[in-house]
Design a protein around this ligand. Structure first.
Ligand SMILES: *Cc1c(COP(=O)(O)O)cnc(C)c1O
Length: 456
């Protein structure tokens, strides 16, 4: 039905209205006209006559705001899991994030040597730091630890066998499974031992002419307890070397420092793996290391050189922004005395329970005034490190809890805030674990709870 025959305003008439001018200034004429056309069509289809022009403009404004809104946004992570994979894992130091943003908007020395004016090495910005920090001969970096494992296996074990203990054939969330990545890397998995017990002789008897290397995988997100046995890294390395094979280790989280120095449970370090005799060690950039998503491999220069010569390396390499962020984060490791202050991941993991409790106490009042009819309390709870690190070790923390009915809709409301708040539902309450809400962010958190809904 043409506009002239319906009780709806024409597109032209709508576009001439001041509210449409405002939309056009913000979203452009093309998009504004398209939104108004869509609203007119919807009114016609629903036979919603007459619809006042202001209502059509309002609906178009809503549609435009939704269409132009970015879907990836910062959130408040009050889940109690510090390295939350779904929420982007490690938060970067502000300075590292700013340096990465600057690099994205500029030309940089990515592959340019200022001293000679010649082509430079992209990975060397972080390579020198990784060598210094871990003591390794060489290092290389790729998209993530899954890519690092893929590249190690594809380079060193294409078409050949890799014995792995059955206790280490793990699945990490998000479809990373050792047997599958091994198949895609073109290596042949040779399972040895049993789920709970694997012995040195299991590896020794598995080695044959087709064996390419021996591999160890950090169990990451699960633990085996009870009647267990595993081959220690040093022994596995000795077995490999006696057969003239390399031993490689997928360390998963791989902290670059001994977390026990900060009162946290010890997590294996690449330095320890190298000292035990591993020839290559891979680990993630955005887990305990506290940097951007990346996969880091350190170890013997000759093996790293072969990995860098693999055409897959080019497909898996890092971009300048992440290399800048990673370099900035690794620089912090040169001053371990200040690491727990400067590196957000370590700062959050080592935050004293009493400081978290103080944050929870300050939050409780604004939360209570939002929902005066609900029980609101400050309760002790346990945070998790996340990302597969130390799954059995939980950190003492404090949360603001909200009880009552319909907690699902309460959570949904918090997710609709300008900076969405992500908590956790358990035991009939909504838990807002305050570990990851640092004092600097408290004001912003409270302000958006206090703002009346129609100002968003
Ligand atoms: C996390 C993890 C991976 C995958 O690392 P990404 O950086 O997420 O790709 C692989 N292996 C182990 C043991 C892990 O813990």
């Amino acid at each position: 039905m043409p506009d002239s025959a319906s009780p709806l305003p024409s597109l032209d008439a709508l576009l001439r209205m001041p509210a449409a001018e405002t939309l056009a200034a913000r979203f452009g004429r093309t998009a504004t006209a398209a939104a108004l056309r869509a609203e007119l069509a919807a009114c016609r289809a629903a036979r919603a006559f007459p619809t006042p022009p202001a209502a059509i403009l309002d609906a178009a404004a809503d549609a435009l705001a939704r269409r132009f809104a970015a879907s990836q946004r910062p959130v408040f992570n009050l889940t109690g899991t510090v390295l939350h994979t779904n929420l982007g894992r490690a938060p970067l130091p502000r300075a590292a994030a700013a340096a990465a943003a600057e690099a994205l908007a500029s030309a940089t020395t990515l592959e340019f040597d200022l001293a000679t004016g010649q082509r430079g090495e992209r990975d060397e910005h972080v390579g020198r730091l990784l060598r210094e920090i871990t003591g390794a001969e060489a290092a290389t970096v790729v998209n993530n630890n899954a890519a690092a494992v893929l590249l190690m296996l594809n380079t060193l074990a294409l078409g050949r066998e890799v014995p792995v203990s059955r206790g280490e054939l793990i699945e990490i969330g998000g479809a990373f499974r050792i047997p599958e990545i091994m198949a895609r890397a073109g290596a042949v998995l040779r399972e040895v031992g049993t789920t709970n017990r694997t012995h040195p002789r299991d590896f020794r008897t598995a080695i044959g002419p087709e064996t390419a290397l021996l591999m160890r995988v950090h169990q990451a997100n699960y633990a085996i307890a009870g009647f267990t046995a595993a081959v220690p890294p040093a022994e596995l390395a000795a077995i490999a070397h006696a057969a003239g094979l390399p031993m490689v280790e997928d360390l998963g989280s791989g902290s670059l420092v001994d977390l026990a120095a900060w009162g946290l449970p010890h997590e294996p370090t690449p330095q320890e793996s190298l000292a035990a005799g591993a020839d290559l060690v891979s680990f993630s950039g955005d887990k305990l290391l506290g940097g951007p998503q990346a996969g880091l491999v350190v170890g013997r220069a000759e093996l790293i050189k072969r990995m860098n010569a693999n055409p897959l390396k080019r497909a898996l390499r890092l971009d300048k922004a992440r290399l800048v962020a990673l370099e900035q984060v690794l620089l912090l490791y040169l001053n371990p005395d200040r690491l727990a202050e400067e590196l957000p991941t370590l700062r959050l993991l080592t935050r004293p329970a009493e400081a978290i409790r103080a944050t929870a106490e300050r939050l409780a009042e604004p939360v209570r005034s939002l929902w005066p009819d609900r029980p609101v309390a400050v309760e002790s709870c346990r945070s998790q490190i996340g990302s597969g690190a130390l799954p059995v070790d939980l950190l003492p923390s404090y949360a603001v809890t909200v009880g009552g009915k319909a907690l699902e809709s309460l959570s949904a409301w918090l997710r609709m805030l300008p900076r969405p708040v992500i908590g956790r539902l358990a035991e009939g309450r909504l838990w807002l674990d305050c570990r990851c809400l640092e004092p600097a962010d408290e004001a912003a958190f409270i302000a958006q709870l206090r703002a009346p809904a129609d100002t968003w």
